[in-house]
Write a protein that binds this ligand. Structure first.
Ligand code: 5GP
Ligand code: MG
Length: 183
């Protein structure tokens, strides 16, 4: 059955089938690189929740999962400032940490988050993102594991929202212009 939110979508960028392929690829890279280890998967809420749920089930190694909520300061604040709204409950000292993100755009959020987590003396910190938007980059940050890339457009679905909606779409797509202008 057609999704009732589908009418707001201009085009689908990644179908559920392609997303599944991306998750499988990233999952097997992680399973290979962390063989014999037990990485802590740090899920950055809310956008990454859907990806993380699929990703951890594609791992064939031991792992643990914890969640974080961060928000970027907007406006006049200097680049690289984030606020930890909800912190991890896990002590990451000596641990192998994998940050699970939905999308990297400017990279500002991840740049600061990685710096913050490194201060807690983990053994390693790597970044795994479903999507990369390289055209938006402002901070010097690269993901270690990337599912796919997107162009300079605002996308929704598979966890990614517009005003908290569209997270439940099973695909990744671009919203119609009319959705922005009518609200
Ligand atoms: P950054 O700090 O890299 O600019 O972006 C951080 C966050 O902004 C991402 O984790 C994501 O939650 C949100 N974001 C960036 N680009 C998009 C996009 O195209 N669509 C949606 N829904 N969120 C985005
Ligand atoms: Mg995010």
């Amino acid at each position: 059955m057609k999704h009732e939110l589908q009418q707001d979508i201009q085009k689908v960028i990644y179908s559920p089938r392609r997303i599944a392929g991306m998750v499988k690829k990233v999952g097997s890279e992680l399973s290979h690189d962390y063989a014999g280890k037990c990485p802590l998967m740090v899920v950055v809420l809310k956008g990454s929740a859907v990806f993380a749920a699929d990703l951890i089930r594609s791992l064939t190694i031991d792992c643990e999962v914890d969640f974080m909520v961060v928000s970027s300061y907007v406006g006049t604040q200097s680049v690289g400032q984030i606020q930890v709204v909800q912190d991890l409950r896990t002590d990451i000292a000596g641990r192998d940490v994998v940050i699970v993100e939905d999308i990297i755009d400017s990279g500002v959020t991840l740049f600061s988050l990685k710096k913050l987590l490194k201060e807690r003396e983990p053994n390693s910190v790597k970044i795994c993102t479903l999507l990369d938007k390289p055209s938006g980059r402002k901070a010097e940050i690269t993901a270690d594991y990337v599912g796919g890339t997107v162009g300079n457009e605002f996308i929704v679905g598979y966890g990614l929202d517009y005003n908290e909606k569209y997270r439940n779409l099973p695909f990744v797509g671009v919203l119609k212009e009319s959705v922005y202008s009518h609200k």
